[in-house]
Design a binder for this molecule. Structure first.
Ligand code: SF4
Length: 382
């Protein structure tokens, strides 16, 4: 079934490590909200001649909780007019502590938001300061408790590790604070030095020293252990859920299911095509004011890319279906693993019909995936 992603490109403050498309200037926000409805209309009629069933909607950004509930209402109504939304659809809103109050949370819940993803990142104030986040640890806890009190029963917390200012003990502390709150879902992302961000420039200038690789690796292993001991299942390299409350929307990205994205910089995957929107609010506005979709690029996925993506996404998430890979792409993943790593079960375990990474495998996932793909490319898999 189809997933819908809405990109809301505004934030109170631009964090110095962030490479998502987001703006601190809100002057275009009202116009954007109107044109977003137009984009949804035009794109839907262009891409889907028949009514589509939708089972996930994800409001991401940016900080979509800055949206006025009336704006959110209009978007949900527009989608409901053009799509068949399943009664049990997962409807997620990303929110940042310090941007939302009790009334907004109540309104969002009333409008149908049934899952919150809270960008907490850390429970240590000095780390939040380093990341240039606008909230404190206490505000993060307050936002979580407010949401729980209102009745949100599917909450995800985002945390970051591998910060240059962090010790393994600091990573453990934030994870244990998150576990204390008992969210249904925790995402733990390693800090990435994205090109051209102020963070990366500071590293280049020698003002910031990235964390030692061994500390990152040990920290990651600790995080997995802490979360699995607390009853969270690691169903993707950075994502952990309890009681089966995985992110159904994000899982679409990892299992090759279709999704359509609206808003500047949003990506869509409608097999075998992928397309992405312009990363500029002014061009986005200009295009839509002229009734033109703000699509910047479109590509057809080749057969080779499809194999590579299936392997990469499957291994990073909950595994690759061994037989399906053989039937569909003539790739014998077990044979490849046996040839490459005689002790492969240290990195990959066979879990029913699937080959999936072990905890150690997750740690070395990039190298393992590159090895497998280059082996397939060389076509010496027989
Ligand atoms: S709040 Fe999130 S989207 Fe906004 S600038 Fe910070 S990291 Fe980027």
């Amino acid at each position: 079934m189809l997933g819908i992603y809405i990109h809301f490109p505004y934030c109170v403050h631009k964090c110095f490590y962030c490479d998502f498309y987001s703006l601190e200037d809100f002057s275009t926000m009202n116009l954007f909200s109107d044109l977003l409805l137009k984009e949804i209309d035009i794109a839907t009629h262009q891409f889907f001649p028949i009514l589509q069933n939708v089972d996930t909607i994800y409001f991401g950004g940016g900080t979509p909780s800055l949206m006025n509930p009336a704006q959110l209402d209009k978007i949900i109504n527009k989608i409901a007019k053009l799509y068949n939304i399943s009664p049990d659809a997962e409807i997620t809103l990303e929110t940042n502590p310090g941007t939302i109050d009790q009334q907004f949370l109540k309104d969002f819940k009333y409008l149908g938001i049934n899952r919150l993803s809270i960008g907490i990142q850390s429970f240590i104030d000095s780390e939040l300061k380093f990341l240039q986040r606008i909230h404190s640890s206490q505000e993060a806890i307050n936002t979580f408790n407010l949401a729980r009190g209102i009745g949100f029963d599917n909450i995800s917390i985002d945390l970051m590790y591998n910060l240059p200012v962090q010790s393994i003990g600091d990573m453990t502390y934030s994870i244990s604070k998150a576990i204390e709150l008992s969210p249904e879902h925790i995402s733990a992302y390693s800090l990435i030095y994205e090109p051209d961000t102020p963070l990366q420039k500071a590293v280049k200038r020698g003002q910031i020293q990235p964390l030692d690789e061994n500390i990152e690796a040990n920290g990651f292993m600790n995080i997995i252990e802490q979360l699995t001991n607390a009853g969270y299942e690691q169903y993707e390299i950075s994502n952990f859920a309890k009681d089966g409350k995985i992110s159904r929307h994000n899982s679409k990205y990892w299992t090759y299911e279709p999704y359509i994205g609206f808003g500047p910089s949003a990506h869509s995957f409608l097999y075998p095509f992928r397309h992405w929107n312009i990363r500029s609010i002014n061009k986005y506005i200009e295009r839509l004011q002229n009734d033109i979709l703000p699509i910047q690029g479109r590509e057809e996925i080749t057969f080779d890319e499809e194999i590579e993506e299936n392997i990469m996404l499957g291994l990073r998430a909950s595994g690759i279906n061994i037989q399906e890979l053989k039937d569909k792409y003539n790739v014998d993943i077990l044979k490849i693993l046996q040839q490459m790593y005689p002790q492969y079960n240290e990195y990959v375990q066979i879990d029913g019909k699937k080959a999936r990474l072990t905890q150690r495998g997750y740690l070395l996932s990039d190298e393992i995936i590159i090895d497998i793909i280059s082996k397939i490319k060389k076509q010496d898999i027989s």
